[in-house]
Structure formats: structure tokens, C-alpha cells
Design a protein around this ligand. Structure first.
Ligand code: BGC
Length: 852
């Protein structure tokens, strides 16, 4: 019988404290070939709130725009489908709960510790306490947020699973709150709510130098506990000046990058009172997935050459440490965490630490003073990027247990890849781990050195991330971060949420390939999820950004080299606006140095201008804005002509061994036919000259295999299979369990040697889209065009798309290649086989055979 499964509300699973008034309901179909009609009903308790009626559509998503939702409503959502024979299935359902939708819902005051915070000083974690009496509790919700990081307990029990809450935003513009069901934590009589408040991103270390006070100096907390009694009456326990406060608790220091200093013998006295303060922003629900503790790893222990205890957790992660130790009161434990060992075999942080006079960041250490007896520690307010720990403990400390705990946003896994080459499997796993290590409420470049929401990295990795994970809610939250920053002239940032940008980096806001994320991510989101809300929410901002980009056309920065192309074409080249360029190519292709790399790149800027205009032309067309669409298309064609002229000059010649300079114009379709033909051949020559090793940086790494497989699939495989430096499989063969920032990995060019940077893992998109050939073509439609090749004897990808689970695998036999394709219910796939056959299949598993 037909039924709706995998029902999601704005891509979330049964959200609590949901903020959207126009939720998108999506589902998959099971138990039938086709969905011929659907009906959605929303209830609050037994009361019907909204009924779509039976509507004869096969779409597996419906946005509800005409139901009036109110704060705190508990909605039960029921879906009924009809199959191809018009037989109705059973009702299936999910639920969600609305958060606080109106500013007037907030009764609580912002509170802060009772001290005057100074910028230069560091402070211990604040401890707040509120005691209250309740009886006959039917339901209780705690709405909680902070400028800083909070962790709450009710009657000594941890509230919720969210860690590093409330997540990261530009707190000056947006503060997101969480909603917890705390009904079961309350008891009749006296109850005690305690909350710890730490610096977090708000005033703790951000960016390469661990700059502090990025968003403010006074950390603060907002808490509202709403208790509904059996008789329906509601009591509100709200943060205010009556809350007890002290800062004498065990956490003496907490910094998100540097770590924690704990004095376990301390117990907060709560001897003072909280101070009421204010914040200009009304908190909103993030409608993003929560951040949770995830996998735990037990280490292998050994003694390092320096005599210290060395722990190898076996996986490079971003996360916490947990231990149990029996000790004498006052005994010391010092733990330093890092990604690698030096030549001698001792822990080193040299690949991730910035060391300048007066600055050393990140420290990644825990300093722990034991209490007498059993000590139990879990990190709360810091996240470390590490695989190894060096433990320096007093002789009488008995470290009984130690674990590392991965901490990341609870993105649902949606993509799996396997093939006959274990090195490629390991690389794909490394990319997944780098994704896990760099998605903590916001995407980051790495979890160590900078730990910033670099827009370039996020756009580069979007397609890969959204194969591996249900990425919709997360990426939408990131788009909000980007657009929260937008300047009146339309400019978008290099990093979002704002923060961590050093003075010399300021001119790089608006950087081509980085700021373009504001258009490229919505465009890819739309293709992936068929969810037009990105247009509703961000189109205006995108137009403003596009105008910003358009204003750069024809301009030349004072210090830019003049372009040697005809004047009438120069008017359409972009020779202004500093950008990061290709970034992090192999050292012998183009050495990376900040000052040399981050200047004007007329070719890259012109190319990305075309790319932005092309995406905008398509998206505005979709919205029926024909005038906009025509204008963008026209401008793109003029910029293309300018690019074509540039490609004939010595400066930007296509006669180059620099792979990125050939891949980029080919991928963005910038060249004349003749130039393209030349560039394709020249790319093969460039690869040959570089021994079929990879020479691209951040921007073109996700593009190169696509470009090659378009004309010469063997060449794509030859490059993929390369096991020498630089190459994807070189990383895997070198034991990388996360993706390196630089091709050279731990031996990288100075300063860019993080071992957990997902950007170069963006090639995984190709494993799904081309090697196994799974692409979404539109609503309920796939195109499956697997492209076997190289030495691979089998490959298999499964992808739980928005329209259901689709899979494609192939394996070689003596006689030829067998293809197996699984298409989800209610969907159609056009299968394109390498022998030129095309077939259209509906739901189910189908096998095909090709004689080669
Ligand atoms: C970061 C990158 C970022 C880049 C800008 C680096 O230091 O780690 O991932 O995109 O700067 O080019």
C-alpha cells in the first residue's frame, strides 16, 4: 500500500521550537509505482487546522503558505497518498512544535555576570542558578540562548543534547535560541535550574590569531522556562536580576580554540546576583540541525620519545575529550591535542598553530587540577581538531578512561560510495570525516587554525556535502549568515558569520569565488532540493550582490596590470576587486603566499562574473523576471567575449601548463569553439607534462574531472588514479583520514598545512554524479549515466535524494559490464549507458549489460 515516508519539515526531522510560518513538507513514496494524488492535514490536538484536500499532484513536497501558525503550537502533520490506481494509502505522519514567533513572547531579561567585563581580560565561566517550586506539571519547555555558549542543568540533569549552544551567528544581528522539552526533568516541589555561560565565539578566540571580542565583550544569557500545569495554567520562570550568580565554579577558563582550565575541586557558591542587561536582537529559531556529540574513539596508548603519554585516537576529528581519573586532590593533568606527530614521534601543533610575537593560536589544551578521588571530565566549551593527545600528568594520577568525541551538526547521512579501489574508498571516507569536522552549526575551513566560515570553501564543497548529507537546513542557515553581512552596495563577505577577518584581509570581502557563494549556493540548492524558498528568502540580496559584481565589469584597479585587449572588450573584463584566486595549488605549480595570491586576478574575476550572471539569468528566468534574465544573459555574453580576448594575450594564454587556467574557462563555457578545442588538448598536454598528477587548487579541483570526462573519460580516470603527490589518492596512500588543505599535507607550504580542510574533497561529487552517474534532473526525475573506467572493477553509489533513495552500481565481468540502477517510487530515470543506449525506467531495480 502506498505511504509517505521520510517526512521532513523544512528538511528537518520533527523540529521542536520551529520558526518558519510557511513550512515546506517533503516526503518520499513507498509501496507504489506512482503517487497520483495527495492530501495533507494539520492538526493541533484533535482540532483540524488546515486541510489541503485531495489534489492530483505527483509532487512530493508542498509548501504551506495559508495556515496561520502561532507560538508554541504542537502540530501533527498527516499525509495520505493515492497510488497509480487511485487507491488511497493509510495516513502517515510526523509532528513539529512552533517556537516563540513574536517578540512579545519573550518575558525574560538578558542577564550577565555581575562584573564589568574588560576587553583585555579573560574570565572564568559564569554560573547562574534559579530555584523555584512547581506542582502538577503537564508540560515544560525551556527556551534558551546566549551571547556566548551555554550549558544548562535542571535538578542536576543535563538539559538536551545540543552542545556548543546556541551555535554561531553574527550575534549583533541574529541570535538563535533552542527549545527543550524538559517536562521529565521537573519534579513536584523545589526545582533548580543552573546554567553555565562561557565566552564561545562571542568574545572568545576566533580566526587565525584567536582574535577576541569579535561580537561583544559582555557575555549574556536569556532563559525562559514555561511550565504548563495539569489545569492549563502557565508559570514562566524567566531570567532576570533575581537569578543567583557566581564565577567561582570549576571552569576557570574556556576558549573555543584554546581549550579549558579546570579546577575540579571547586563548587560554585552562587553568592552574587545576576545583572540584568540588554541585547538589541530578538532571538529567532535557527531551523538548522542541532549540534551533538557523535562518534566516540578509544585511543591506543604509547609512550612518546619525549617520555609523555601519547594517545592515538585513530581518527582526526573535531570534538571533545572525555576522561575518568582517580587522583589525589591538587594533582595536575595537562592534555595537548593535535593532528600530527613530528619526525621524532612527539605531538606537534606546528601545522595548525600560528606563532607570532605575543600570539600563539590555537593552544588546544586542557589543564586540569584534580579533586580527591574520582574525576570525570568532558569538554564543554571548546572544540579541538585532533587525532592525537599528549598527556602530562602527575605520577599519582590514574587515567582510567579516555575518549575523543566527535562534535558536529547532526546532518543526516544521505550518500554512500564504494568501489574496487580501497584507496579511493579511504579518500571518500576522509572527505566525509572532513565534512563532519567542519560543520559545527556553520561550515568552516578547518577546525583548528582559522575555524572560520570561509565562503569559498562552502561553495566549493556544497555539491559534495549535499550528496553525503541532508544539507538543506544547514546550508540555508549559512546563507542567512552570508546575507546578514551584506553591505548596502550589495557586497558579500569572504567569511560568514562575520569575525576573524584581519586588517590585510579586509579588501578581500567580495572576493571572486568566495563571496560568489551568495549566488552559487542558492543556485545549487535549488537544483538539489527543488525548494524555491532560497529564492523567496535571498533573491533580493542576490540581485544586490549581482549589481555589485556588475559594477566591477570594465573597471581596472589602480595597481592592476592593464589588459592588452581591444578597448571595446576591456569594458567587459573585470580587472578589479582583490580575490583569493585559485588558492592552494601545488607549491611547484603556483606557490601560495597570502600577499602574492590575494591580488587582482582578472581572468578568475571575469570567469566568476560570468558564472554568477549565468546562474542569475537562470534563477530570474524561473521567477518569471524576464527583463532581469535577459540583461544578465547579455552581460554574461559580453564578459565571455572579453575573456576570449584575454585568452589570446600572453598573460592569460591558453598555452599554459597551469591546469586551473584551462579547466576554469572550459567548465564555465567561456571560450570560442576553436579556443575550447585547443584548451581541451592543451589540458591533456599539461597533465602529461605533470605526469598525470593534479595541479589545481581550491576552485578548480571540483571541476577538473567533469571537464575531462566530458571529452575524454580515460583521462579523467588516469588523473583520479594517480597515486603520486599531488593527488587525491596520494593523500589516501599516505594514511590521511581527513582531507588535507595543501596537496603536500603535513609537508606543506608554510602556514597552510591543516590536515582537516574539506575543500579538496569536493571531487567526491564526481564519484556520485559521473563515476556512478547519479544526477537530479528535476522534480521526480533523475538522469543516471554511469561512466566506468580506469582500473576500477566496480563502483556503487547510493543517494537518499529529496525524491527518495536512488542507487547506481556497475561491475566488470569477463563478458562486459553489468549496471544496476535503483529508482525510487514515484520517480523516473533516464538511463544513459556508455554504449550509447538510453532507456527510461520507473521505480524499481533494473539491470543493464554492456558488452565492454
Ligand atoms: C583558509 C581557506 C580559505 C583561504 C582563503 C585560508 O587560510 O584556511 O580555507 O578559503 O584562506 O583563500
Amino acid at each position: 500500500m502506498i505511504q509517505a515516508t521520510w517526512i521532513r519539515i523544512d528538511h528537518l526531522d520533527a523540529p521542536m521550537g520551529f520558526g518558519s510560518r510557511t513550512p515546506l513538507i517533503t516526503w518520499n513514496v513507498e509501496g507504489a509505482k506512482k503517487q497520483s494524488a495527495r492530501q495533507i492535514c494539520l492538526y493541533e490536538g484533535d482540532q483540524l487546522l488546515w486541510d489541503s484536500g485531495k489534489d492530483g499532484s505527483d509532487a512530493m513536497q508542498m509548501r504551506i503558505t495559508d495556515c496561520i501558525f502561532s507560538s508554541r503550537q504542537e502540530i501533527s502533520c498527516r499525509i495520505r497518498l493515492w497510488d497509480e490506481e487511485d487507491c488511497a494509502g493509510d495516513w502517515c505522519g510526523t509532528r513539529w512544535e512552533m517556537g516563540l514567533l513574536l517578540p512579545s513572547d519573550w518575558k525574560a531579561d538578558w542577564i550577565t555576570g555581575n562584573y564589568r567585563a574588560r576587553k583585555q581580560k579573560r574570565y572564568p565561566v559564569d554560573c547562574f542558578r534559579k530555584s523555584f517550586f512547581v506542582k502538577n506539571v503537564k508540560k515544560a519547555r525551556l527556551y534558551l540562548t546566549a551571547c556566548g555558549l551555554y550549558e544548562a542543568e535542571l535538578n542536576g540533569k543535563r538539559v538536551g543534547r545540543f552542545v556548543m549552544a546556541p551555535g554561531v551567528t553574527d550575534y549583533r544581528r541574529r541570535v538563535q535560541y533552542q527549545t527543550y522539552d524538559v517536562t521529565d526533568l521537573l519534579s513536584g516541589g523545589e526545582n533548580i535550574l543552573t546554567v553555565q555561560l562561557a565566552d564561545g565565539w562571542y568574545r572568545g578566540g576566533c580566526g587565525a590569531l584567536g582574535q577576541r571580542n569579535q561580537y561583544g565583550t559582555e557575555t549574556k544569557l536569556l532563559a525562559q522556562l514555561e511550565i504548563t500545569a495539569e489545569d492549563g495554567s502557565r508559570t514562566v520562570i524567566a531570567s532576570d536580576g533575581s537569578w543567583q550568580w557566581s564565577d567561582d565554579g570549576p571552569i576557570r577558563f574556556a576558549d573555543p580554540k584554546d581549550g579549558e582550565i579546570i579546577d575540579a575541586g571547586r563548587i560554585p557558591g552562587y553568592g552574587g546576583r545576576a545583572k540584568a542587561t540588554s541585547h538589541p536582537v530578538i532571538p529567532s529559531a535557527s531551523d538548522n540541525v542541532p549540534v551533538w556529540e557523535q562518534e566516540h574513539f578509544v585511543p591506543k596508548r604509547s609512550t612518546a620519545p619525549n617520555g609523555k603519554l601519547l594517545l592515538d585516537f585513530g581518527q582526526n576529528i573535531a570534538g571533545f575529550v572525555r576522561f575518568r581519573a582517580s587522583a589525589r586532590g591538587g594533582a595536575q593533568i595537562r592534555i595537548r591535542l593535535g593532528e600530527m606527530l613530528d619526525k621524532e614521534g612527539n605531538l606537534t601543533l606546528s601545522n595548525i598553530q600560528v606563532n607570532l610575537p605575543g600570539v600563539c593560536s590555537p593552544l588546544q589544551e586542557i589543564r586540569y587540577t584534580c579533586r580527591e578521588g574520582l574525576n570525570e571530565y568532558r569538554t564543554r566549551f571548546a572544540v579541538f581538531g585532533f587525532q592525537y593527545a599528549e598527556v602530562d600528568a602527575d605520577a599519582d594520577v590514574d587515567l582510567e578512561e579516555m575518549e575523543s568525541i566527535a562534535v558536529y551538526s547532526a546532518l543526516e547521512r544521505t550518500g554512500w560510495f564504494r568501489c574496487s579501489d580501497e584507496a579511493l574508498n579511504r579518500f571518500a571516507d576522509a572527505a566525509v570525516w572532513s565534512a563532519k569536522g567542519n560543520h559545527l552549526d556553520s561550515p568552516t575551513d578547518c577546525p583548528t587554525r582559522e575555524r572560520l566560515g570561509w565562503a569559498g570553501d562552502a561553495q566549493i564543497f556544497f555539491n559534495t556535502a549535499s550528496y553525503f548529507f541532508n544539507y538543506a537546513a544547514f546550508s540555508k542557515k549559512y546563507l542567512r549568515d552570508l546575507y546578514d553581512w551584506q553591505k548596502p552596495d550589495g557586497k558579500l563577505p569572504q567569511i560568514a558569520p562575520d569575525g576573524g577577518v584581519l586588517l590585510p584581509m579586509k579588501p578581500l570581502d567580495g572576493s571572486a569565488g568566495w563571496a560568489d557563494a551568495g549566488v552559487l549556493i542558492p543556485y545549487r540548492f535549488l537544483k538539489r532540493y527543488g525548494d524555491t524558498s532560497v529564492l523567496t528568502e535571498f533573491y533580493e540580496g542576490m540581485v544586490q550582490y549581482t549589481e555589485f559584481v556588475i559594477r566591477r565589469i570594465g573597471k581596472k584597479a589602480l595597481y592592476a596590470k592593464p589588459l592588452k585587449i581591444p578597448k571595446e572588450l576591456r569594458r567587459f573584463a573585470v580587472n578589479t576587486g582583490a580575490s583569493y584566486g585559485e588558492w592552494a595549488e601545488p607549491a611547484d605549480v603556483y606557490p601560495t603566499s597570502f600577499f602574492e595570491t590575494s591580488h587582482i586576478h582578472a581572468d578568475i574575476s571575469t570567469a566568476y562574473t560570468v558564472c554568477v550572471l549565468d546562474c542569475m539569468a537562470e534563477m530570474s528566468g524561473l521567477l518569471g523576471k524576464e527583463t532581469d534574465s535577459k540583461r544578465y544573459r547579455y552581460l554574461a555574453s559580453l564578459c565571455r567575449e572579453a575573456y576570449q580576448a584575454m585568452a589570446e594575450t600572453a598573460e592569460y594564454t591558453l598555452d599554459t601548463d597551469r591546469q586551473a587556467s584551462l579547466v576554469r574557462p572550459l567548465y564555465f563555457d567561456l571560450l570560442t569553439e576553436k579556443q575550447a578545442e585547443y584548451a581541451r588538448k592543451r589540458l591533456l598536454q599539461a597533465l602529461e607534462n605533470y605526469n598525470w598528477r593534479l595541479g589545481t587548487g581550491f576552485l578548480s579541483t571540483p571541476l577538473i574531472l567533469d571537464v575531462l570526462s566530458g571529452t575524454d573519460p580515460d583521462a579523467a580516470y588516469r588523473l583520479l588514479e594517480n597515486r603520486e603527490l599531488p593527488g587525491w589518492l596520494f593523500m589516501a596512500e599516505s594514511g590521511a583520514c581527513t582531507v588535507w588543505e595543501s596537496w603536500e599535507g603535513p609537508f606543506a607550504q608554510e602556514g597552510i598545512a591543516s590536515l582537516n580542510h574539506y575543500s579538496k574533497g569536493a571531487v567526491c561529487e564526481w564519484l556520485f554524479s559521473t563515476m556512478c552517474g547519479i544526477r537530479i534532473e528535476g522534480q521526480n526525475h533523475f538522469r543516471i549515466a554511469p561512466q566506468p573506467g580506469g582500473h576500477f572493477t566496480f563502483a556503487k553509489a547510493e543517494y537518499h535524494s529529496i525524491y527518495g533513495k536512488v542507487a547506481s552500481e556497475w561491475h566488470r565481468t569477463e563478458e562486459g559490464t553489468v549496471f544496476r540502477v535503483a529508482v525510487p517510487c514515484n520517480c523516473i530515470a533516464k538511463i544513459c549507458l556508455p554504449d550509447g543506449r538510453t532507456e527510461t525506467t520507473g521505480a524499481g531495480v533494473t539491470e543493464f549489460f554492456c558488452a565492454f
